[in-house]
Structures are given as C-alpha cells and as structure tokens.
Write a protein that binds this ligand. Structure first.
Ligand SMILES: [Zn+2]
Length: 239
C-alpha cells in the first residue's frame, strides 16, 4: 500500500463515537497536570495503579511518571521479567538495553509518552533481536493504542486532518494504516473471544480502486479483523 494513495471516507457513525471515546480521559489529564511539574512519584503506589488503569493495557506495569515541560512521560515495563524475542517470542539472554519512548494517546490534551529501557535478546533461532513489549510492535515509535486511533480517524477524515489533529507527519499516517492492517489481518480467533457487538467499516485507498473492510469490537473499541475488499464478499472470511 503506497501511503500517498491512502485516503479514507466517511461511512458510518460508529467509529466516530469510538474516536470520541479515545479522547474521553480529559478529567484524568487535568488531575495529573494539577500535580505540578516536579513529577508525581511522591503520590505513591496508588498513582501507579491509577496510571495503569488509565493506560488500560494488559501485561504492563507502571513504574512512575513525570512531566517534561508539557508532556507526560510514564515509565512502564512488561509484566514479565525475562526478555522475549520480538520475532518469535522465545526467551533468551540479555545483550544490552537502551531507553526508548513511544507516543501514546493524549491525556486531556497533554501529549503522553511511554518510556522503557528496552533490551536486546540473544534468540537461539533469530539472532540478536529487540525484545517484545506488550504496548507496541518492535518497529514503531507509537503504541498500539495510538496507532489504532490513527487508523480509526483515517476512516473518518483525510490524512492531512489526521496528521494535524494528532501532530504527526503526513507520511506517517499511511505507514501506520499499513501496520494496523497487517496487525489485525492474521488469525482473528484470539481477538474474537468475548465479542458481543461489532461495527463494520470500509476504507478505500489507491484512489477508491481498492478497499479494506474493518470490523471493530464496540465494547473494547478495538479493531478485531481486517481484510482486503468490500461488501459481503470481504466479510465472508470474518463470518
Ligand atoms: Zn526469536
């Protein structure tokens, strides 16, 4: 998919609501901002629990947080301790580590980043690989939640608007859509567990010549399935 050819159109109102829901943490953001610029670690254990729930991610520990000018930086770590290969998931000895950051969903209009000292793992099958982290894929500076938001917004409006609203590069929007399609295009059985209500949307690219069909879990606001094509034929694979 050439990012330049990707563009999207309004189809249903369902995903619009989901986008609004993703921005609905405003009061939390005001609360955090009120804690001042010196950092919020002094609030103790309860604030890390609070932040973990705010992030809403599974298998993620919150270690602390601080404000860096106007940005909220949350220190996180995987819930597991051994380094896992990002390609195959096998554990292996740690080679080295360095601090990395991932842009996450804004908190009350405040830009939010996750920070973690990511390790490189010596995998017996794949060689030296960066470790797997639950909040992001290995080749991106965005969290999965932030990328999902980009993909959802791209279904509702043009790339220029998405880029401006989320303060990201225009070219990045296309790359993220490709990654989200790839991420949710595989075996859907895991993501379909507990599915009760779904929303279906179509997204066109290559100047309306090609389509992908997106199925969204309306309860968790997660994309659960994506396939090439549109209309009933594309959905056959899902049902
Ligand atoms: Zn491996």
């Amino acid at each position: 998919m050439d990012p330049k050819d990707v563009f999207c159109r309004v189809k249903s109102r369902l995903s619009g609501k989901q986008v609004v829901a993703a921005f609905a943490h405003i009061s939390w953001g005001q609360f955090l901002l009120a804690q001042g610029p010196r950092g919020i670690e002094h609030l103790g254990v309860r604030i890390t629990t609070f932040l973990r729930r705010l992030l809403g991610m599974e298998q993620v520990r919150v270690l602390g947080a601080e404000f860096e000018e106007d940005r909220l930086v949350i220190d996180v770590a995987p819930s597991w301790t051994k380094g896992r290969c990002s390609t195959c998931g096998a554990t292996g000895p740690i080679r080295d580590q360095r601090v990395r950051r991932w842009r996450h969903l804004d908190v009350g209009g405040v830009e939010c980043e996750l920070r973690y000292s990511i390790r490189r793992v010596e995998c017996s099958s794949c060689g030296v690989k960066v470790e797997q982290v639950p909040w992001a894929e290995h080749d991106t500076g965005f969290t999965k939640g932030f990328e999902d938001l980009i993909a959802l917004m791209a279904q509702k409006t043009d790339k220029t608007t998405v880029a401006r609203l989320l303060r990201i590069a225009w070219l990045t929007v296309g790359r993220v859509i490709e990654r989200v399609v790839k991420r949710y295009g595989g075996d859907p059985s895991e993501r379909l567990r507990g599915l009760r209500r779904i929303g279906i949307d179509e997204l066109s690219y290559r100047k309306h010549h090609r389509y992908v069909t997106v199925v969204v879990d309306l309860d968790t606001r997660r994309v659960v399935w994506v396939a090439e094509g549109k209309d009933a034929a594309a959905l056959d694979g899902f049902f």
